[in-house]
Design a protein around this ligand. Structure first.
Ligand code: PLP
Length: 329
């Protein structure tokens, strides 16, 4: 049988017939290419000649909405701008317009809680590596379900191992680009090894980060420590959590807040180890390569930081109500 050459009508029909379970949690997609919002998951598409598809030439952010409020919107947009600047990728609209699109699309999605994935692509035009051959950069925003981490994981802690995937070059690690092959392979190895996460170490043995999360410790002297930002992504959640940790410093729960190089030995000997990121908040680590961290449960500092962060997500100054911009006609 010869291969069918499809008419536009046949293509539309076929696309609408295609469905699979994951689509049940896709609520809305905004696309500058289409100039509007798509609600049907089967039609949430990106042109194949957009360089984001065939070269990973783009940057992105994953932003959390909880109880109708977008958390750390400005911080995510600042990081997006910084990533785009580092690869000389012009934004398709200014930040105020981008914010408006984000809040309006979130309102259209009608989800009190969700994950917003915001992509800036080099845009459609040709299939080479040459970024100058594209028409113009584009923005795509997809809104999907926020899957909560089960409460037991916060009580019991998660398992972490040492990644065998070579970490990113420091310059690339600071860009949230759509080149996430190392991150994908780290996630794959953690699934294959039945671990919750793996974390990277550079060639000098310095701790980096996980697939899409940061890792921090409470050292044996009660100092709350995050790795230096030189070769990791500057996590918006980690930075905010460390701001909130000032309260634990004030009440002497912790001795100091630090940023320094950490080794595997620092992780193994820590009083507490925590994974931090947009979808996790503050998740305690109970084991590293099978060896218990402290007594193997959620420690008091992880517990307090989680409470402070959750309060901040619900009521803090960094939570932007979706309704603040969008007023349905
Ligand atoms: C490589 C990497 N590190 C850390 C993080 C945590 O960052 P955030 O707290 O902004 O989600 C992410 C997630 O965006 C990531 O992709």
């Amino acid at each position: 049988m010869p291969i069918a050459v499809l008419s536009p009508e046949q293509i539309q029909k076929k696309l609408l017939e295609r469905s699979y379970p994951a689509q049940d949690s896709y609520y809305a997609m905004y696309s500058t290419w289409l100039g509007g919002v798509v609600e049907n998951p089967s039609l949430m598409l990106v042109p194949i000649d957009d360089h984001i598809v065939h070269r990973g030439d783009g940057v992105f952010e994953a932003i959390k909405v909880v109880d109708g409020k977008v958390f750390l919107l400005d911080e995510h947009l600042q990081r997006l701008v910084s990533s785009a600047e580092l690869i000389s990728l012009p934004l398709p609209m200014d930040i105020a317009s981008m914010k408006k699109v984000i809040l309006e699309t979130t309102a259209i999605a009608k989800q009190a809680s969700a994950i917003l994935r915001l992509y800036i692509s080099r845009g459609p035009g040709g299939f080479t590596t040459n970024p100058y051959e594209t028409v113009a950069s584009q923005m795509y925003l997809v809104i999907t379900t926020l899957k909560p981490i089960p409460d037991e994981k916060y009580a019991s802690g998660v398992s972490v191992g040492r990644s065998a995937i070579p970490p990113k070059d420091p310059w690339f690690a600071r860009i949230k680009s759509c080149n996430y092959l190392q991150n994908v392979l780290m996630k794959k190895e953690s699934v294959d090894r039945k671990l919750d996460f793996t974390v990277g170490f550079d060639s000098a043995g310095i701790l980096t980060e996980s697939s899409t999360e940061n890792i921090v410790i409470l050292d044996k002297d009660n100092n709350l420590v995050r790795p230096k930002l030189a070769q990791i992504l500057k996590g918006t959640t980690m930075m905010r959590t460390f701001d909130l940790a000032q309260q634990l410093l004030a009440d002497k729960t912790i001795a100091s807040i630090q940023e320094r190089d950490l080794t595997e030995q620092d992780v193994r000997s820590a009083k507490e180890v925590m994974m931090i990121g947009t979808t996790l908040d503050v998740l305690p680590v109970s084991s590293f390569e099978g060896a218990k961290i402290a007594d193997g449960h959620q420690g008091p500092v992880a517990k307090k930081l989680l409470m402070l962060l959750r309060e901040d997500i619900k009521k803090g100054p960094k939570a932007t109500p979706v309704s603040s911009v969008y007023a349905p006609a």
